[in-house]
Design a protein around this ligand. Structure first.
Ligand code: BG6
Length: 489
């Protein structure tokens, strides 16, 4: 039995993901039946109002749907506490309540604290967890899940980490990157390390380039204040994109133990080449959406979003050409792009293999497509392999042939949601699918260099119409190398 305390659980993330996913865990008996869930928020609401809002979120967002019988039991284990995150008294009262519950149970209970508030509160909350005694006691576990962003640069990430480490042991800190909880993303490891036909060719001798695209149609969706101070590099590149690069390019771990996987991921992140300001000029394209049209609807530009200054230079799009310098990957470009208000919702990893031109001359490939392995996560989960086959009736001409494996939609609804998977892991003390501190620190190194250069050079920013594929300069980044973006058809 354990107690989950969600700080900021009434926010968007809490309502749409965390609470419905905790319900899913409970529904499928993955949360011990006698567990308790306490949501801490700043808004005043009665226990009844809170429960009603949870019931509504479950009906709307749970993959398992609302079930009257499960709900009757679940509502007994959830509760709401209102206090200001800076007010130590609220934490003290909570400590007294939790101690009371433990007394009733006759044993100490594990405590999992989830920080889903605005990041400014992360440090202060952790300090108060310590000062109130909530995080103390070692007879049962005390664990902490921290949402992103983990800092806004290396310095602030280090100070946040120092505060957290002064209260929690390293193995009890779970720095979340929700992409790591995605089933298809977890498949990257199995695909690579259980299929010899892939692992043997997974290197610069056979691979021409790797591309990662995370494209969104959505805009900043009510998170303008956070986004304006963050921008795409902090919001998507420092975490999700770099984590994906590390999974796709890591060496085989000695085992599937978290420390072995993290060790190999870290090595890749550390091997991503540093860029001088000149390199950044050549290898980084940043953009911001201007007004445009998405699915026949007019959409305003970023600078016209509520609360965004009309001269904002915050980037909402980034395309980068990176290199991982090690013996496996020397010379293989890694192209990544991510942005908001684009023409597509897409999450795709494309691995392009080199053409074998010793038998078939370059001419033969003219009507074909690259030899490609695609790992598609959005809009649909699938894996596809693109081969060259001969054109019917011709021996000397090739055309593309695609073999796809589509994840059955029915199967998909049986998979745990990303947060569900990750919370389950944290309760069991498994940090495999969480980012380690060293990975976060090294990721900041890469992003900070780019931020330093680009924030000084305001002319770095290129505007693109909402609903387009991003600034033209992003296309040129690849055209210059004789390549094009893959993954969106
Ligand atoms: C979040 C970013 O981490 O990931 C958002 O803060 C982004 O800006 C989101 O929209 C994308 O994740 P998903 O799961 O919606 O694809």
């Amino acid at each position: 039995m354990s107690i989950i305390v969600v700080f900021g659980g009434t926010g968007d993330l809490g309502r749409k993901k965390l609470i419905p996913d905790i319900y899913n865990l409970y529904f499928e008996n993955n949360l011990p039946q006698e567990s308790r869930v306490v949501t801490v928020g700043r808004s005043i609401r009665s226990e009844g109002e809170y429960k009603e809002s949870v019931r509504e979120c479950i009906s709307r967002y749970s993959r398992l749907g609302y079930d009257e019988d499960v709900w009757r039991r679940f509502e007994k284990i959830i509760s709401y506490r209102q206090f200001d995150f800076n007010d130590i008294e609220g934490y003290r009262k909570l400590e007294t309540e939790l101690a009371e519950i433990e007394k009733e149970c006759g044993r100490p209970l594990g405590r999992l604290f989830y920080l889903a508030t605005s990041h400014d509160f992360f440090g202060p909350i952790v300090e108060k967890l310590r000062d109130s005694g909530l995080a103390n006691g070692r007879d049962s576990f005390r664990r902490l899940i921290v949402e992103k962003p983990f800092g806004r640069d290396i310095a602030s990430a280090r100070s946040l980490n120092a505060v957290i480490r002064s209260v929690f042991e390293e193995e009890d800190i779970y720095r979340i990157d929700h992409y790591l909880g995605n089933e298809m993303i977890q498949n990257i490891l199995s695909l690579r390390f259980s299929n010899s036909m892939l692992e043997q060719v997974w290197n610069s001798s056979c691979i021409d380039n790797i591309q990662i695209s995370i494209l969104e149609e959505a805009g900043v969706e009510g998170r303008e204040e956070y986004y304006e101070s963050s921008g795409v590099l902090r919001d998507m590149v420092q975490n999700h994109i770099i984590q994906l690069i590390s999974l796709v390019m890591m060496e085989p771990p000695v085992s599937l133990a978290p420390e072995d996987i993290k060790e190999q991921k870290l090595k890749v992140i550390k091997s991503i080449c540093n860029m001088t300001p000149e390199d950044i000029g050549e290898n980084v394209v940043l953009g911001q959406y201007a007004e445009g049209t998405i699915k026949s609807e007019g959409v305003k530009g970023y600078r016209s979003e509520k609360g965004v200054p009309e001269d904002s230079v915050t980037a909402t799009f980034a395309a980068l050409r990176l290199f991982v310098e090690n013996s496996r990957w020397n010379g293989v470009p890694v192209y990544v792009r991510t942005g908001k208000r684009l023409n597509n919702k897409l999450l795709n990893i494309a691995v392009e293999f080199k053409n074998l031109s010793s038998v078939y001359g370059a001419e033969a490939f003219v009507d074909s497509q690259p030899n490609l392995l695609s790992i598609n996560i959005l809009p649909e989960e699938s894996i596809s392999l693109q081969f060259h086959m001969k054109k019917p009736g011709r021996l000397d001409k090739l055309e593309p042939f695609e073999m796809s494996f589509f994840k059955n939609q029915e199967l998909k609804s049986k998979n745990p949601e990303t947060y569900e998977r990750l919370i389950y892991d944290a309760i069991r003390g498994d940090s495999t699918r969480y980012a380690g501190w060293d990975e976060i620190e090294s990721s900041w190194r890469i992003v900070e260099d780019i931020l330093d250069t680009c924030e000084k050079r305001k002319e770095c920013l290129h505007f693109y119409s909402a609903g387009s594929s991003g600034p033209n300069e992003a296309e040129r980044l690849l055209e210059r190398d004789g390549r094009r973006w893959l993954g969106d058809g």
